[in-house]
Design a protein around this ligand. Structure first.
Ligand code: ZN
Length: 390
């Protein structure tokens, strides 16, 4: 009996490997998969037939031949199911519906007032329901939900601490799972952003990257050797709390002069509202002022770029990533930020870690986190062999 079980497991593992090649290298032939995976052609053919039967793979017309009969090519069927990704912000909920290849089918941004945990969870459920209703009919339907949160979770879906939301110990994952009956993955929004960039964005060719999420605080997601690095207890990436001013402002983390107190969006707005005597000022308005040539607005962005550069030097020296991706709305202010940011990096970093490192503003706009959240749900779907057995 045991032997049968083991053989089944080997078969499921091989099927996952075959599917992986089809997902990432299609159109691809059976012969090419056999060659890459080191499996016999007969084994690959039998596994491919099962994958076609489970609607995850399709066959299309003949590919190039090296002589003899032209092979049929295999395609991943991305529309066999749909994933929902959520970016839960301090005052917004961004939801997308994607197919299994990460193509966005539906997207909506909602504002929320964060009046209570219950209200935010209700708003999340309504936003997810709306996205789920947009899913076209498919073999697997909604395969899972990923949620990026501005805080830390315990790996079981519980939000341990989300200071900017004022949340502590909230069983968010179980609440959403109960409402929708599909697997839910909760992770930090910067971790999700890093995975979004790795899978779908600027970081697809990178092995080691750091994603900067700059909003009310600064979060960083670290990818090492194409894997998210969470730290030994899940709390990695708190570069926002590295001290850059010895006797600087006190921070809620217990330290003083933390990077995020000078380089977060909140820090920029606090300074801008003070200097421009406009208490309702937001980043969009500040960008419009800079576009009109307002010197105070331009100086504020330049100062922000300088502070961003200071923290980026610490990341470069500590991690030596191949790529740092600056995420979110900041890309819109790139024209004023970039020169002072690069100047600070140039002046203060060591030449060896700097050489060969890419520094880019995200091309995904504000979608790195939602797409990463979708990717978590999709990975979980493909990791569960049960899906493939049935
Ligand atoms: Zn701090």
């Amino acid at each position: 009996m045991r032997k049968t079980g083991d053989l089944n497991l080997v078969k499921e593992i091989n099927k996952s490997i075959v599917l992986d090649y089809i997902r990432h290298q299609s159109p691809i032939s059976r012969a090419r998969i056999a060659e890459l995976a080191g499996l016999t052609k007969a084994t690959v053919s039998s596994l491919v037939n099962e994958l076609i039967g489970s609607r995850l793979v399709q066959e299309i017309g003949a590919g190039a031949s090296s002589g003899g009969r032209k092979p049929m090519m295999l395609l991943f069927n991305g529309t066999a199911g749909y994933s929902i990704g959520v970016d839960l912000g301090v005052d917004y909920i961004l939801v997308v519906l994607t197919d299994l290849s990460g193509r966005i089918v539906f997207e909506r941004r909602h504002a929320h007032a964060n009046t209570s945990v219950e209200r935010v969870i209700d708003a999340l459920k309504a936003a997810i329901r709306e996205a789920a209703d947009q899913a076209p009919a498919s073999a697997y339907g909604i395969i899972g939900i990923g949620i990026g949160i501005p805080g830390i979770s315990d790996g079981q879906g519980r939000v341990l601490f989300a200071p900017n939301l004022g949340w502590e110990n909230v069983p968010l994952g179980p609440a959403i799972e109960e409402a929708f009956g599909v697997p839910v993955v909760i992770d930090n929004e910067a971790n999700a952003g890093a995975v979004g960039e790795l899978q779908f964005g600027t970081g697809q060719a990178a092995d080691n990257l750091v994603y900067l999420s700059i909003g009310s605080g600064i979060g960083t997601g670290i990818v090492l050797n194409k894997e998210l690095y969470r730290g030994s207890s899940g709390f990695s990436g708190e570069f926002g709390h590295t001290s850059i001013e010895l006797e600087g402002k006190p921070c809620r983390c217990g330290n003083r002069g933390c990077w995020e107190l000078y380089a977060s969006e909140s820090a920029l707005l606090e300074e801008a509202r003070k200097q421009l005597e406009d208490r309702g000022l937001d980043v969009g308005r500040l960008i419009r002022l800079a576009e009109q040539g307002d010197e105070a607005a331009i100086r504020l962005f330049e100062r922000w770029g300088f502070y961003l550069g200071i923290g980026i030097v610490n990341i470069m020296n500590g991690i030596n990533p191949g790529l740092i991706v600056i995420g979110g709305k900041l890309a819109e202010a790139e024209q004023w930020l970039k020169a002072p940011l690069l100047a600070a990096v140039e002046r203060r970093s060591m030449p060896y870690p700097r050489a060969g490192m890419g520094l880019k503003f995200s091309g995904l706009g504000a979608r790195s986190t939602v797409l990463g959240a979708c990717s978590f749900a999709i990975s979980k779907f493909f990791a569960s062999t049960k899906v493939l057995v049935n």
